[in-house]
Write a protein that binds this ligand. Structure first.
Ligand SMILES: CC(C)(COP(=O)(O)OP(=O)(O)OC[C@H]1O[C@@H](n2cnc3c(N)ncnc32)[C@H](O)[C@@H]1OP(=O)(O)O)[C@@H](O)C(=O)NCCC(=O)NCCS
Length: 174
């Protein structure tokens, strides 16, 4: 459990979070900013499968974002045994009802501390962000991630080609 404030914390996902996660994930304005691996529509069963996929990973890599008493989003690092020494990806989303309250700004700060402290061989944390996702670009830049334009790429999103910026932050910056 990572306590951020008296109303905000991070903890491993529980099956009892599935309904709340599905409620906030099932939103096109959330989905449009994530890769197509994030389902839309997003059903309770999608949340159950995702939560089950994480349950044996220790230390945890994905956390529920708990605002007041409920899970309103997730944040996680993709760390596999193959990429332990490379840059690992940070992914995050939060329910639209909770946007622009400064929540993810605080969450990212804590995840950087957690990631570098827990995974000693990780030297860099990265994030791909759609070029139209101004809020996410803003929070990455506020957290001192730096854009590496050589790594930008485009992918198919909802059947259309979309551009992504690549941001990264190294251990020595945190
Ligand atoms: C991106 C996201 C995580 C931001 O979370 P959040 O808790 O609302 O973020 P914060 O409130 O901490 O910060 C948002 C910042 O973006 C700014 N912002 C919001 N909309 C903006 C816009 N259209 N243009 C420019 N800045 C914008 C806010 O003003 C704020 O900056 P400030 O603190 O300087 O005022 C959230 O919108 C979300 O979950 N979106 C859908 C999923 C997603 O995009 N995931 C990231 C994929 S890379």
């Amino acid at each position: 459990m990572i306590t951020i404030s008296n109303i905000l914390s991070l903890r491993p996902l529980k099956l009892s979070d599935a309904e709340s996660i599905a409620k906030y994930a099932n939103n096109k304005n959330v989905w449009i900013n994530l890769t197509d691996m994030f389902p839309h529509p997003y059903y309770v069963n999608d949340a159950v499968s995702f939560i089950n996929s994480q349950k044996d990973i220790n230390p945890p890599q994905v956390f529920a974002i708990i605002y007041k008493i409920k899970a309103v989003g997730t944040v996680g690092l993709s760390i596999s045994s193959e990429n332990k020494e490379l840059c690992v990806d940070l992914g995050y989303w939060i329910g639209e009802k909770f946007w622009n309250k400064g929540i993810m700004t605080q969450v990212i700060k804590e995840m950087l501390k957690f990631g570098f402290k827990t995974y000693k061989t990780v030297d860099c944390i990265s994030a791909y962000v759609f070029t139209y996702n101004k809020a996410s670009i803003r929070i990455l830049e506020k957290a001192e991630f730096v854009r590496d334009n050589k790594m930008n790429k485009s992918i198919s999103k909802g059947g259309e080609k979309k551009e992504l910026y690549y941001y990264k932050i190294s251990r020595k910056q945190v």
